[in-house]
Design a binder for this molecule. Sequence first.
Ligand SMILES: *[C@@H]1O[C@H](CO)[C@@H](O)[C@H](O)[C@H]1NC(C)=O
Ligand SMILES: *[C@@H]1O[C@H](CO)[C@@H](O)[C@H](O)[C@H]1NC(C)=O
Ligand SMILES: *[C@@H]1O[C@H](CO)[C@@H](O)[C@H](O)[C@H]1NC(C)=O
Ligand SMILES: *[C@@H]1O[C@H](CO)[C@@H](O)[C@H](O)[C@H]1NC(C)=O
Ligand SMILES: *[C@@H]1O[C@H](CO)[C@@H](O)[C@H](O)[C@H]1NC(C)=O
Ligand SMILES: *[C@@H]1O[C@H](CO)[C@@H](O)[C@H](O)[C@H]1NC(C)=O
Ligand SMILES: *[C@@H]1O[C@H](CO)[C@@H](O)[C@H](O)[C@H]1NC(C)=O
Ligand SMILES: *[C@@H]1O[C@H](CO)[C@@H](O)[C@H](O)[C@H]1NC(C)=O
Length: 429
Amino acid sequence: MDLQTEFHQRPFLFLSFPISKPLCFALSFLILSVSSVFIFNFSTTPSNYQYYDLSRFHHFFSQIFPQNIPASSPSLSPSLPRPCDYSYGKWVWDENYPFHSYTENCPFVDPGFRCTQNGRKDEGYRKWRWQPEGCNLPRFNASELLERSRNRRIVFVGDSIGRNQWESLLCMLTQGVSNISTIYEENGKPINKHKGFLTMRFQEYNLTVEYYRVPYLVVIGRPPPNSSTQVNASIRVDELHWYSKRWVGADVLVFNDGHWWNKYKIFKMGYYFQEGGRLNMSMDVMEAFRRSLQTWKRWVEEELDPNRTRVFFRSYSPVHYRGGTWSEGGHCNTDKEPERDYTKLEDEPENNIFISNVIKQMDTVKHKIQFLNITYLTEFRKDGHPSKNREPGTPDDAPQDCSHWCLPGVPDTWNELVYAHLLSNGFRK
Ligand SMILES: *[C@@H]1O[C@H](CO)[C@@H](O)[C@H](O)[C@H]1NC(C)=O
Ligand SMILES: *[C@@H]1O[C@H](CO)[C@@H](O)[C@H](O)[C@H]1NC(C)=O
Ligand SMILES: *[C@@H]1O[C@H](CO)[C@@H](O)[C@H](O)[C@H]1NC(C)=O
Ligand SMILES: *[C@@H]1O[C@H](CO)[C@@H](O)[C@H](O)[C@H]1NC(C)=O
Ligand SMILES: *[C@@H]1O[C@H](CO)[C@@H](O)[C@H](O)[C@H]1NC(C)=O
Ligand SMILES: *[C@@H]1O[C@H](CO)[C@@H](O)[C@H](O)[C@H]1NC(C)=O
Ligand SMILES: *[C@@H]1O[C@H](CO)[C@@H](O)[C@H](O)[C@H]1NC(C)=O
Ligand SMILES: *[C@@H]1O[C@H](CO)[C@@H](O)[C@H](O)[C@H]1NC(C)=O
C-alpha cells in the first residue's frame, strides 16, 4: 500500500493540530492551569508567557535570512562545553551542506520519499542547514556513530513519520559502510512492508536499526465482548503495545506519537477507550492520550535498564497544507524555501505539552530521557515535503503529501540532533 494512502486513509490521523484560535486559547489555559512546571522552566510569569514566545520569534526572524552567518557564535568560549538548546535557532543557506550525504538511490528510501525521481525539479531544499542559537551541531559522522553502536540496537517506534526518520538514519549510516549488501533485513522482509516491524542489520557492526509501527503506542484491538455495536475497536490506554517486549534491551529508543489521537475523528471511526478491562465511553481523547503516556512512563521506569537505554521522545512533526486540508486539495508544491513569515508559524501543538510534561515528571538524570523537540525547526520547512511528487503510479488528482518528508531532507536534521545528544551524553564512550 502506498504511504500517502496509508497515512491518510484514517481521517483521524490528521490533526490539523492546535492551530486554530480556540485551541490556542485552550492551550494557554492548559499552560496556565495544568503546567506550572512548564512555566517555571521558562522563568517567566504566566501572564507574559505568550509575549515572551513572540519576542523569540521576532528575534529569530530578524536573523534568518542574512546569508553568511558565522558558524559559531563569538560570544561563546569554544573550550567550555555547555548545555545547548538545539530546538531553537535558524535555517541558513549552506552550499556545502550536507557534507557527505546519501542520495535518493539509497535502497532504504521509500519510493514516496524520492522526490527528484518523482519529478521534483528544485534541489535547494537540501541546502538549508539548521543552526542552533549559541552553539553548533556536531557534523554527523557515520563511522563514528557506527563504531559507538557496535553490538547495539537502535529502535524507532511510532507512525509513518517515525518510519520516515528511521529510513533517514539507515541511509545516513550507510555512508559509513563500504559494502551495502552487508546491510539487510534480518527476517528477509521487504523494506516496503508497512505493517508490523522491520529489523535492519549492519553486519560488520552487529548493529540493528529497527522500526516498529505502533501509531498509538498502546494496544488497539477488539473491544470487550458485549460492547455496543458502535464500537469498532478499543484503545487500551493502560496497556503498552505488545511489541514493547522487543524494545527492552535496546540501546537507543526513539518514540513518536500523537498524530493519530485526533479528537475530531477518533469516535467517528468507532474507536473508544478502554481501561481496567472495561470500555469508558466518555473518556475524552486528550485525557486518553495523557493516560497512555502515563502507561508509557511506567513502562520506561519499570522495564528499561537506565544504564543501558537512552530514550528519545520526538515532538510533533508539523504538516503544511495550504488552501484546504489534505483531502480538500490542500497543497505545498509551490513552496521552494523555508517559511520567512513568522506570523505563519503555528502554535505549539497540544501533544508536545503533554509529552514534555510527562518527561518532566520522570527522573531524567537516572533514565537519560530526552524530549527531542523538532517542532519549531520543522515548522519552517514547508518546502521539504513530497507534495505532488509522490511515488510512481500515483494518480494526478491524488492528494498532495505535505506531511511526510523528501529524503535526503528534513528528518536528517532530526537525526543530527539525536546524534548530538548521544555524543554529548557519552553514548558508548
Ligand atoms: C520546543 O522548542 C521551541 C523552540 O525552542 C520552544 O519554543 C517550545 O516551547 C519547545 N516546546 C516544548 C514543549 O518544550
Ligand atoms: C569520523 O569518525 C571516524 C571514527 O571515529 C574518524 O576516524 C574520522 O576521522 C571522522 N571523520 C571526520 C571527517 O571527522
Ligand atoms: C551482537 O549484539 C548483541 C546485542 O545487540 C549481543 O547480545 C551479541 O552478543 C553480539 N554478538 C556478537 C557476536 O558480538
Ligand atoms: C558484499 O557483501 C555481500 C554479502 O555479505 C557479499 O556476498 C559480497 O561478496 C560482498 N562484496 C564485496 C565486494 O566484498
Ligand atoms: C451483556 O449485556 C447485557 C445487557 O446489558 C447484560 O445483562 C449482561 O450481563 C452482559 N454480559 C456480560 C458477559 O457482560
Ligand atoms: C466501523 O468500521 C467500519 C469499517 O471500517 C465502518 O464502515 C463503520 O462506519 C465503522 N463504524 C463506525 C461507528 O464508525
Ligand atoms: C471515564 O473516564 C473519565 C475521564 O475521562 C473518568 O472521569 C471516569 O471516571 C471514567 N469512568 C469510569 C466508569 O471509569
Ligand atoms: C547503573 O550504574 C551505576 C553506576 O555504575 C550503578 O551504581 C547502578 O547499580 C546501575 N544500575 C542498574 C540498574 O544496573
